[in-house]
Design a protein around this ligand. Structure first.
Ligand SMILES: Nc1ncnc2c1ncn2[C@@H]1O[C@H](COP(=O)(O)OP(=O)(O)OP(=O)(O)O)[C@@H](O)[C@H]1O
Ligand SMILES: [Mg+2]
Length: 250
């Protein structure tokens, strides 16, 4: 992977159905890009799970709080909300982690955080407000990866981020229902990453043909990835299948 000097890079990752693998792909791309980025990579997490992949608690404050402070808030104060995840990746989280959120030790590898909301820690800002965030991100010289999470309809569609993205990546499983949603959805990706699952009827060619967008990577369903997620080890040991599959994507 190489970075063009001075070229702005904003990669948006999203899905049309929950649990596709969007956070895994976004986090892996951030780690891979950081290897060639002298000032590191910014991972903007609007979905709320990214910190956990690196073994961290989500930062209490983030995008929701910064936008909530109103238009007068300085761009510099956004930087102050970043958290170092390791491997050259800085995280800007969704923020506004509820005070009731409690943690309880569940496994020796990772504590589990209970969220008070059914949406988890997803960014709770309005779409229109995100354009203020995008203005700041566009002035950032670091490569940026945004995990937008699932996008079902115009509410929470992250339109400003999608428009500013140099690459807009749909992460999808070869699932007929997901592909149907992608075809009729409001967002058109510029590229698709398929997390392949054994036994599916749909093939990569079918997905490319129906969506009319190239599949830039096919990732295996790999137990090492699932284990890496569960142990929060993305900062120290990126699973090989992700490295191989995503090396040429960014
Ligand atoms: N390549 C892979 N191999 C094996 N398991 C994977 C792979 N990619 C993702 N997973 C597993 O799939 C589950 C969902 O992954 P992830 O959280 O990245 O999806 P998501 O699209 O971000 O979900 P959400 O819609 O909740 O944000 C996790 O348990 C993760 O470990
Ligand atoms: Mg996610």
């Amino acid at each position: 992977m190489f970075l063009l000097k001075g070229a702005r890079m904003l990669i948006a990752c999203w899905s049309v159905k929950g649990g596709a693998g969007t956070t895994v792909v976004a986090a892996a791309l951030a780690v891979l890009l950081a290897r060639a980025a002298p000032h590191g990579v910014l991972l903007v997490d609007l979905g709320g799970d990214a910190a956990a992949l690196f073994g961290h608690d989500p930062p209490a404050q983030g995008v929701t709080d910064w936008l909530g402070a109103g238009p007068a808030v300085s761009p510099d104060s956004l930087r102050a909300l970043e958290m170092a995840l390791g491997a050259g990746v800085q995280l800007l989280g969704p923020g506004s982690v509820s005070p009731e959120a409690a943690s309880l030790a569940a496994t020796p590898s990772q504590p589990i955080h209970k969220s008070a909301s059914a949406e988890g820690n997803r960014c709770r800002c309005r779409d229109g407000d995100l354009s203020r965030l995008v203005e700041v991100l566009e002035a950032d010289t670091r490569p940026i990866v945004v995990d937008m999470g699932p996008i079902y309809n115009s509410f929470g569609s992250c339109e400003a981020v999608h428009k500013a993205a140099t690459k807009s990546i749909l992460v999808i499983r070869p699932c007929y229902l997901a592909v149907r949603r992608a075809v009729s959805g409001i967002r058109r990706p510029s590229a698709v990453v398929v997390i392949d699952e054994p036994g599916r009827a749909l093939r990569i060619d079918d997905i490319e043909e129906v969506l009319g967008v190239p599949v830039c990577a096919r990732l295996d369903l790999d137990p090492a990835v699932a284990r890496g997620v569960d142990s929060g080890l993305f900062g120290s040991r990126l699973p090989r299948s992700l490295e191989r599959g995503l090396r040429h994507v960014a």
